[in-house]
Design a protein around this ligand. Sequence first.
Ligand SMILES: CSC[C@@H](O)[C@@H](O)C(=O)COP(=O)(O)O
Length: 369
Amino acid sequence: MNEYNFTSQVRTVWWEEATDGRAVVHMLDQSLLPQQVVYLQLTHEQQVADAIASLKVRGAPVIGVAAGFGMALALARFLEERTAAQVETTPTEIEAHLSEVGQLLRQTRPTAVNLFWAIERMRHCAQQACKEDASPHHIAAMLKAEAHAIAAEDVQACWQMGLYGAELIADGDTLLTHCNAGALATTGIGTALAPIYMAAHTGKRVHVFVDETRPILQGARLTAWELQQEGVPLTLITDNMAGYFMRQKSIQAIFVGADRIAANGDVANKIGTYSVAVLAHVHQIPLYVVAPCSTIDLELPSGEHIPIEQRKAEEVTTLYGIPIAPMDVAVANPAFDVTPHTYVTAIVTEKGIIRAPYGETLRAICTKN
Ligand SMILES: CSC[C@@H](O)[C@@H](O)C(=O)COP(=O)(O)O
């Protein structure tokens, strides 16, 4: 599909049948990076749900892909158990099972809309197959194909976002990114990092400032790691240094991803993105949000309706399990914030670059599957 030589060969989530034919979802455990590169082999949907909730797999697009494979795995496993027990399975039972699995996966993380989008897409696929009177094993095969399609479309979308977004990068630019919106957050070359990779590999000299991204350091652990693997020059900074470098005129543009974009262009992304956006606005630095259409939630009129995940206090009070704050201190830990569309210079999707006013264009080009 593309000639881009992605040297690091990052693989986040994929499906592979074991030698005995059993379905297995393979997953890179991102919670251990960069110290350890460990791949998990998941054989139960509960393991997929736990992996999403505990950020072993994280980043909006790949959460959607993991949910798709999780649903396909759940049906394959269910049918295996039924066959072993010599019990026939009806389409109604399949739909009921997938509805339960959908509920399980929905409860993992509330903000990234790709999760809900993928679950609905998988359920819709099963409903269609059930209506057509397909056999249980045929329905399972269709679900597996649908999960693969979600992953393949993500690869393609990343590539397109890379092509479009690279137009916004000039030779010699120094860019800033927050959190990890790279290959690790997708099954392709990333969202916010895709234009950077594309620009670098077409000969533009780029340098990336990477916010460490407290509390759990997706920038320091993941973005720095994958940029280094790809040979893209970077400087790691703490989050509170971003303003200093913007004021020094060291940064020409900011590229971030998104977990959910409301119909008016308001963007939910990793906590701290809003602060970066306000600073960028003050310093007149363009802020580009790079996200596939599966991240756009046309049902929400504005960002204030986006559910914000609140995570546990230990993420703030400890670092790698070591306490850094007084015992029993009160803590707030919202995992995402919302950047108003007025601070967003453009939204780069796989269908093109969108500029304000966002509402109509987003609706026109991002009709859901
Ligand atoms: C292409 S990923 C875009 C976003 O999902 C990313 O910027 C982000 O906020 C990820 O948060 P995380 O909590 O690590 O899942």
